[in-house]
Write a protein that binds this ligand. Structure first.
Ligand code: NAD
Length: 260
């Protein structure tokens, strides 16, 4: 029996993580394989998702990793990925909706295309994947979904203007509660993790800025950014049977940022 070090196990699980080629998604995939799950990495580009799968197999001895190329903002592509996985390994029982994009733009000048893209990837994509992978879970009477929201779904971050991101992530939190209520009778739990500032490619180009030092780290009671593994550990808890009586919850993992 494998153990991720925290006593949480996912033996026998088939877990899909969207945006799994890097960052938080990759760390989730690594934690899940260490906990005994077979993992499917879904991402935009064949080369990067294959590279990530190879890296994961080398990092975790015996890891069972498959890949699918899919843009989560396309319902057709999500359906295609689910069908391909169904043919490959049967029913997916655990879904982590992690794929997301970030974009800073003032509300008064943001284009309609920028707004639409943000909502399409960060909110509609979560719904599409939840429905497509959720239907077979409902039919089987069990499943677990974990959505990666953000503390930006709860508060307005400073100083960057990011109205569309904030709105999309607030939507993910309410989507989580709504699906949890609708699908609880079917044995499907739906929860979310709301990360604070976490060091990944999404924000790497901003790490050495005054904005990051003064506002992001300065505004975090624990005085640092989070690591991808710290986010992955919370996802693992919510996905595992250790959280069997938890549904509709958003676990904030932000070093205390939302306290101030
Ligand atoms: N990094 C942070 O500080 C932070 C904080 C709060 C929430 N989050 C959330 O965590 C999640 C992961 O963020 P990250 O920092 O690891 O980002 P990242 O940019 O490092 O990785 C995101 C991954 O998602 C993939 N992706 C993007 N759009 C996609 C699409 N349409 N379809 C499929 N895959 C797609 C990318 O190719 C990439 O591999 C996002 O939902 C993000 O909003 C991140």
């Amino acid at each position: 029996m494998s153990d991720n070090g925290n006593g949480l196990r996912l033996e026998g699980r088939k877990l899909v993580v969207t945006g799994g080629a890097r960052g938080i998604g990759y760390a989730i995939a690594r934690a899940a394989t260490r906990a005994g799950a077979a993992v499917a990495l879904i991402d935009l580009e064949q080369a990067s998702v294959e590279e990530a799968a190879t890296k994961l197999r080398s990092e975790v001895n015996g890891a069972e990793v498959v890949t699918e190329v899919c843009d989560v903002s396309s319902y057709e592509q999500v359906s295609g990925a689910e069908r391909a996985l169904e043919a490959r390994w049967g029913r997916t029982d655990t879904l982590v909706n992690n794929a997301g994009i970030a974009h800073h733009a003032p509300a008064e000048t943001m284009s309609v295309a920028e707004w639409d893209r943000m909502l399409q990837v960060n909110l509609s994509g979560v719904f599409y994947c939840s429905q497509v992978f959720g239907v077979p879970m409902i039919a089987a009477g069990s499943g677990a979904i974990v959505n990666i929201a953000s503390m930006s779904g709860l508060i307005v971050n400073r100083p960057q203007p990011q109205v569309a991101y904030n709105v999309a992530k607030a939507g993910v939190i309410m989507l989580t509660k709504s699906l949890a209520a609708e699908w609880a009778p079917h044995g499907v739990r739906v929860n979310a993790v709301a990360p604070g500032y976490t060091r990944t490619d999404l924000i790497e180009h901003l790490v050495d800025t005054d904005m990051c030092r003064d506002y992001w780290i300065g505004g975090t009671p624990l005085g640092r950014m989070g690591s991808t593994d710290e986010i992955a550990n919370s996802v693992l808890f919510l996905a595992s049977d250790a959280a069997s009586f938890v549904t509709g919850e958003t676990l904030v993992v932000d070093g205390g940022y939302t306290l101030w």
